[in-house]
Design a protein around this ligand. Structure first.
Ligand code: APR
Ligand code: PHB
Length: 389
C-alpha cells in the first residue's frame, strides 16, 4: 500500500490529523493497535480549549459538540473553606467547553468512513522503517498477514507507549521528566454535578476535583498515594471522602450513585525533544505528557496536529518545506508553556508528602493572593482557556 502520510495511532491526535489532511486532499492512512471499542473505553479529561473546538468546527464534526458541550465561563480553585472563582469569560473574553475526550474521539471515528479516512484497527507489531530516507514505511500484522505502507511521511500519534518515539535514536533526543508522588483516583457516575462549574480543591484532606460531563453525569477525582489499590476504595468510602471535601463549598453538595468507571492514574510531566527525525514527526502524548491538572493533554495534541497539518499542506500544495522545518520549534513553544501551567497548578493544589509546614504556608499564601489579585486571576485564566496557536 502507498500513501502520503502514514499515521500511527487513532487517539485524538491521529484522528484529528487524519481528518485535517483528508480535508485538504492529502492521502493518509491511520494504523491503530487496538479495536475501536477499546479506544472508546478509555476515559480521560473533559475540558476543551477553543483551539480544539475551533478545529472540530472547521472540520464540520461539531453537531454533538454544539448540542451537548457545556460552555463554561469560569472555574474555581478552593482552599478547603472558600471558592476562588476564576472568571475566564470576563478575564479573557473566551470560554472553555466541557465535553469528554472520549466523545471527541467517538465523533472523529464516526465521521471517518464518510470522509474516506481509512483507519486500520487491531494492527499488531506496528514498526517504523527507513525514517531517515525519502521513502519511510510502516509494517504491521493484520489478520495474520504482514502488510507494509510506504509513505512520504510518518506521523507518530501513538501515545506515550507507542513505537514512534522509540524509533528516534537516543543520540538525537533529550528527555525532560517529573514524576509526582501521588495519583488521581477518578470516578464517573450518573449523578448531577455538585456545582455548576469545576472546582479544584486543596483542602486539609488533600487535592480533589469536581468535574462533570453533563447536567446528569459527574466526574470526580481525589489525590491518593501511588501505593493505593482500587480495592481499598469501595464506592461508599470514596463518596464519603468527596462529601467531606465538597459538601461545604459546593452549591448542591455531592450526590452519590453507582460508579460507571473508577480508576487510578499516575501524574507525570514529560517532554521528548526532538519531535522530528528525518521523515517522522511526533504529535500528542507520543512526545509529551502533562499531569491532568488543567486538562491540557488533549488540547496540546490538537495544537500539535494543527501545526503539523498546516506544514504538510504547505509541502504538498506549494512544495514549501519551511513550515515542516519549523514544526518542532513552534509546537514546543506552546507545549512548554502548557507544561509550566499544569506543573504550577499541580504544585499549588496538591499535598506533597515531602512538603513541610513552610511549603504548605506558601500554598495558602499563593491561594490567598490569587483570591485578592485580578492580575493573578488573569494569568491563571489565560492559561486555562488556552494560549493562542
Ligand atoms: N501501534 C499502533 N497504535 C498504537 C500503538 C502501536 N504500537 N501503541 C499505541 N497506539 C495507539 C493507542 O492504542 C492509542 O489509541 O495510539 C493511540 C494514542 O492515543 P492517545 O494515547 O489518546 O494519545 P493522543 O492521541 O496523543 O492524545 C492525547 O490523550 O492520553 C490522552 O490525556 C491525553 O488528552 C491527551 C490525549
Ligand atoms: C475531567 O473532567 O475529567 C477533568 C477536568 C479537568 C481536569 C482534569 C480532568 O483538569
Amino acid at each position: 500500500m502507498k500513501t502520503g502520510v502514514a499515521i500511527i495511532g487513532a487517539g485524538p491526535a491521529g484522528l484529528l490529523l487524519g481528518h485535517l489532511l483528508k480535508r485538504q486532499g492529502i492521502d493518509c492512512v491511520i494504523v491503530e493497535r487496538r479495536s475501536a471499542d477499546y479506544v472508546l473505553s478509555r476515559i480521560r479529561a473533559g475540558v476543551l480549549e477553543t483551539v480544539t473546538t475551533d478545529l472540530m468546527r472547521q472540520l464540520g464534526i461539531d453537531a454533538r459538540l454544539n448540542a451537548e458541550g457545556l460552555i463554561e465561563g469560569g472555574f474555581n480553585l478552593a482552599d478547603g473553606e472558600r471558592l476562588i472563582r476564576i472568571d475566564i469569560r470576563a478575564l479573557t473574553g473566551r470560554n472553555v467547553t466541557v465535553y469528554g475526550q472520549t466523545e471527541v474521539t467517538r465523533d472523529l471515528m464516526e465521521a471517518a468512513p464518510a470522509r474516506g479516512l481509512e483507519i486500520i484497527y487491531e494492527a499488531g507489531e506496528v514498526a517504523l522503517h527507513d525514517i531517515e530516507s525519502q521513502r519511510p514505511s510502516v509494517t504491521f500484522i493484520k489478520d495474520d498477514v504482514e502488510q507494509r505502507i510506504e509513505a512520504d511521511f510518518i506521523a507518530g500519534c501513538d501515545g506515550f507507549h507507542g513505537p514512534s518515539r522509540k524509533a528516534i535514536p537516543a543520540s538525537r533526543a533529550r528527555e525532560f521528566e517529573r514524576e509526582y508522588p501521588f495519583g488521581w483516583l477518578g470516578i464517573l457516575a450518573d449523578v448531577p454535578p455538585c456545582h455548576p462549574e469545576l472546582i479544584y480543591s486543596n483542602g486539609p484532606r488533600g487535592f480533589a476535583l469536581a468535574s462533570m460531563r453533563s447536567a446528569t453525569r459527574s466526574r470526580y477525582y481525589i489525590q491518593v498515594p501511588l501505593t493505593e489499590r482500587l480495592d481499598e476504595w469501595p464506592g461508599e468510602r470514596l463518596w464519603d471522602e468527596l462529601a467531606l471535601r465538597f459538601d461545604s463549598i459546593s452549591e448542591h453538595g455531592v450526590t452519590r450513585g453507582a460508579a460507571l468507571e473508577i480508576s487510578i492514574a499516575p501524574l507525570r510531566s514529560y517532554v521528548f525533544e526532538t519531535m522530528r527525525h528525518g521523515r517522522l514527526f511526533l504529535a500528542g502524548d507520543a512526545a509529551h505528557i502533562v499531569p491532568p491538572t488543567g486538562a491540557k493533554g488533549l488540547n496540546l495534541a490538537a495544537s500539535d496536529v494543527a501545526y503539523l497539518a498546516d506544514a504538510l499542506v504547505a509541502h504538498y500544495a506549494q512544495g514549501d518545506d519551511a513550515a515542516l522545518g519549523a514544526y518542532e520549534a513552534k509546537a514546543l513553544a506552546r507545549i512548554w508553556k502548557a507544561e509550566r501551567f499544569s506543573w504550577y497548578l499541580t504544585k499549588l493544589m496538591h499535598r506533597f508528602p515531602e512538603d513541610g509546614s513552610f511549603e504548605q504556608r506558601m500554598q495558602i499564601a499563593e491561594l490567598d493572593y490569587v483570591a485578592s489579585s485580578e492580575a493573578m486571576q488573569r494569568v491563571i485564566a489565560e492559561n486555562y482557556v488556552g494560549l493562542p496557536l
